[in-house]
Ligand binder design. Structure first.
Ligand SMILES: [Zn+2]
Length: 174
């Protein structure tokens, strides 16, 4: 029997783990100008502002008053958020809240918006809000320059009101 009591020096990679600290960026301790997500934005003009200032230096919007706004009012301001993910989330949330107060903002967004995915999200929110005015806005989309937007409005209307044949449709008349 070979009594090999002497520990062999092993060169197996598992026996000796060389720990190399990863290059670690802590966004809280090392602020970077590239991290705009963390920089507070003015909810009125979306300029970056320093935390703790009472008014936006650009548009003079009162950031103190903003903190007193109701959740729904803050969401309505966020409908114009410059970060697309945040804007989409605000559109979804006003729909889930059935916020009829958001209708003027959604209506004006529909007049300007070119991105079909944003238009689709707005139309879906209008469908959820479900008031006469919101359905009139969806109805108006059936004459939108974008065919995708027209088709989506048509789909929402026919799915929600299966008995109604949209007689003012611009489709399929020829
Ligand atoms: Zn501002």
């Amino acid at each position: 029997m070979c009594r090999n009591s002497k520990p062999r020096s092993r060169n197996s990679p598992t026996s000796r783990i060389e720990w190399k600290p990863l290059v670690h960026h802590d966004p809280l301790s090392t602020p970077s100008p590239r991290i705009t997500m963390l920089q507070p934005l003015c909810p009125n003009c979306w300029e970056e502002v320093d935390g703790g200032v009472a008014r936006c230096p650009r548009c003079h919007y009162s950031l103190v008053n903003y903190t007193k706004l109701k959740y729904e009012q803050k969401l309505i301001l966020s409908l114009r958020h410059p970060i697309p993910e945040n804007q989409m989330m605000a559109i979804q949330l006003v729909g889930e809240l059935k916020s009829s107060s958001a209708l003027p903002a959604l209506a004006s967004m529909l007049c300007e918006e070119k991105d079909f995915f944003v238009i689709r999200e707005i139309a879906l929110a209008l469908c959820r809000i479900g008031t006469r005015e919101s359905w009139e806005l969806i109805d108006g989309l059936r004459h939108h320059p974008s065919r995708l937007a027209r088709d989506y409005a048509h789909l929402l209307i026919t799915e929600s009101f299966p008995g109604i044949e949209p007689d003012r449709s611009s489709r399929g008349q020829g």
